[in-house]
Design a protein around this ligand. Sequence first.
Ligand code: NAI
Length: 338
Amino acid sequence: QPPNSQMEESCVLKRTDCRAKGGAPGFKVAVLGAAGGIGQPLAMLMKMNPLVSVLHLYDVVNAPGVTADISHMDTGAVVRGFLGQPQLESALTGMDLVIIPAGVPRKPGMTRDDLFNINAGIVRTLCEGVAKCCPNAIVNLISNPVNSTVPIAAEVFKKAGTYDPKRLLGVTMLDVVRANTFVAEVLGLDPREVDVPVVGGHAGVTILPLLSQAKPPSSFTPEETEYLTKRIQDGGTEVVQAKAGAGSATLSMAYAAVKFADACLRGLRGDAGVVECAFVASEVTELPFFATKVRLGRRGAEEVYQLGPLNEYERVGLQKAKKELAESIQKGISFIRK
Ligand code: NAI
């Protein structure tokens, strides 16, 4: 125990107590993989979120350094660091929301599926911890391949008897963020005015932007549709290539993860009308998991919305997406059941 830990703890207690008395909303959030390329900016942005009262930062490397650094920010959340597997349970106990960006990212030439062998095991271990220590927490899963890691997490939770499909969300927000940005460029608008639903999954052709449902309502030429769809689908690869071996999207991903986590926390607080896209257990198609718009509430993804009307281009895209998704989902399920 470091000498100042007792003082720190009493300070933490005072701050959480004062929050409770003031009636200020405050949620406990853990980031698993907090020292990584995504984890660090994500942790920083969560420390700035007024809905967060306690922020737990867990990693197998460098968690104390990141925690010391972020804990000096003069925002409300109390930050605690946890290093390595023996501290995983302490990191997770009592959490309302667990955000998981742990795992290896892509290098040029790799698909997200190439990450499966390493990341599948990491996600399994972390989710076993969630099932044991905070089975009622909302989980935001970022680790790729999301199309397989979400089914893996679901299987882990089923085995542990804690599975609630509403509380397990694969983060596809970066696809929406990219779609809004690229569509705004084509339309000459401010991206903040644009909202494009992106459905399906989070890899290549499984990423299906529904440009026909973009807000504000807009029409696109066949060339624009093709350009935008491809650019949104390949947005991750664009960053991987530009970083030339130094990783994949981290800053835009941290931004997207925090935008999504904030929506989850507003849902938990009981705000009405919080709707975002996410990869969840779904009956919208014949597949057991699918990304669509969901309404976020106190229990997580309380409502999963239908696809809405698709045009011919999107119907063709949907068939391609479903074919690849079915395989990725099955691969995740088999990893745990085998
Ligand atoms: P990174 O390698 O920079 O960071 C990953 C972190 O996870 C490292 O700090 C590492 O120590 C940690 N880690 C490894 N094993 C762990 C374990 N067992 N427990 C806890 N932490 C562990 O990678 P980066 O760039 O942060 O990417 C992380 C993941 O996010 C990758 O799988 C990547 O493919 C994925 N990703 C997902 C996106 C999405 O839209 N859902 C977008 C971009 C990346």
